[in-house]
Design a protein around this ligand. Structure first.
Ligand code: PMP
Length: 363
């Protein structure tokens, strides 16, 4: 079925796979003969139990999550985790943060409320992930944001920490877009509202040995050990978001592209979409993305127009051409195209033709 909907480049909440939206609509009043919408079901009933179990199993399979990691379906979002992680892991001690953009900078600021935070390296006003990290061997963990949604900076390889200090990754905006090297990670978290489903759900993947060290002041509903022991059912989980996420996981598993299937297909499609868009930006005289090619994000592509005065007409004309939500974050200005998993190749092709057409008229 071809869609007549415009292409939505929003950074999150973001576009979702259309087949998933259609299925959600079809099941809205009566989920599989239960007589209820998923929104109306008890989280402790057998119907929702099956939905949660399938979602978790599919996610574990898709991302090849090892058996010594727990997957937690929580609430609170990425910013919530900036407090929840130190409450659970810092033991009131030291946290080293590598700042590569706005989100890791925010994590460092929030962490200071609970622990001794040191900036181990800082991208500052630069466009490449800094080397030479000043890491402390007695830190409770090192925090990085593996995809900076605003700045468009992505780690294409996770750092290998050789001092045994766990690595915590905020992978909110590229979670499920590529595999994760779990051998380098102690804890990963991400809000759902980019690649996974509706806002309101936060995924946490935590290695077993990091459970059980929460500070006394940590709220029970945010204590990872408690949440894990109760299979994400200590409090009422975000049931509807989990259901939609489960459908997205099934969609990813079935996706085929370039002779690949599942997460490998999604990743290849993301690589191709990003190459197409960066290629067009680099070839133009009007648009510019400044991020170093070693760490350009496959998910969030910020770009500036050489003449700021064209921004408004760019956005108006893009909207008229069926290309929505291209305005950049207010802190950096310009434009940003977020091209998450659910953005089809045709969406990026349409954007690239628009970029060329606009440049031919205004360049
Ligand atoms: N981290 C990253 C990388 C993000 O992109 C965002 C949201 N855009 C957040 C954290 C904050 O997430 P939330 O608004 O769900 O708290």
């Amino acid at each position: 079925m071809t869609s007549s909907r415009p292409f939505n480049f929003a950074p999150g909440p973001a576009t979702l796979p259309e087949p998933v939206l259609r299925q959600v609509a079809a099941e809205m009043l009566d989920w599989q003969g239960s007589g209820m919408s998923v929104m109306e079901m008890s989280h402790r009933g057998k119907e929702f139990g099956a939905i949660l179990e399938r979602a978790e199993t599919d996610l574990r399979e898709l991302l090849a999550v090892p058996g010594n990691f727990r997957i937690l379906f929580m609430q609170g979002g990425g910013l919530g985790e900036n407090a929840v992680v130190p409450l659970n892991l810092s033991r009131g001690g030291k946290i080293d943060v590598v700042v590569t953009g706005s989100w890791s900078r925010k994590s460092a600021a929030e962490g200071r409320r609970y622990a001794d935070v040191q900036i181990a390296a800082d991208i500052g006003k630069g466009y490449a992930i800094p080397g030479d990290w000043a890491l402390r061997d007695d830190a409770a963990y090192v925090h990085i944001c593996t995809n900076e949604t605003i700045d468009g900076v992505e780690f294409h390889d996770l750092p290998l920490l050789t001092n045994g200090v766990p690595l915590v990754i905020d992978c909110s905006s590229h979670l499920l877009s590529r595999p994760i090297d779990w051998s380098r990670v102690g804890l990963a978290f991400g809000g759902a509202q980019k690649n996974i489903g509706p806002a309101g759900m936060t995924l946490v993947f935590v290695r077993d040995d990091l459970l059980g060290h929460a500070l006394d002041i940590c709220p029970s509903a945010f204590n990872y050990e408690t949440v894990a022991a109760n299979h994400s059912m200590y409090n009422t989980p975000p049931t509807f978001a989990i259901y939609v996420a489960g459908l997205v996981f099934q969609w990813v598993k079935a996706l085929e592209y370039a002779g690949k299937r599942g997460l490998a297909a999604v990743e290849q499609r993301n690589i191709d979409k990003a190459a197409l868009l960066y290629g067009a930006l680099d070839a133009s005289g009007l648009y510019e993305n400044r991020v170093d090619s070693s760490c350009r994000s496959r998910m969030n592509v910020p770009f500036l127009l050489r003449d700021d005065k064209l921004n408004e007409s760019f956005l108006t004309q893009a909207k008229a051409a069926g290309l929505l939500s291209l305005k950049g974050h207010k802190s950096v200005g310009g434009m940003r195209a977020s091209i998450y998993n659910a953005m089809p190749l045709e969406g990026v092709q349409a954007l690239v033709s628009f970029l060329k057409d606009f440049e031919s008229r205004h360049g």
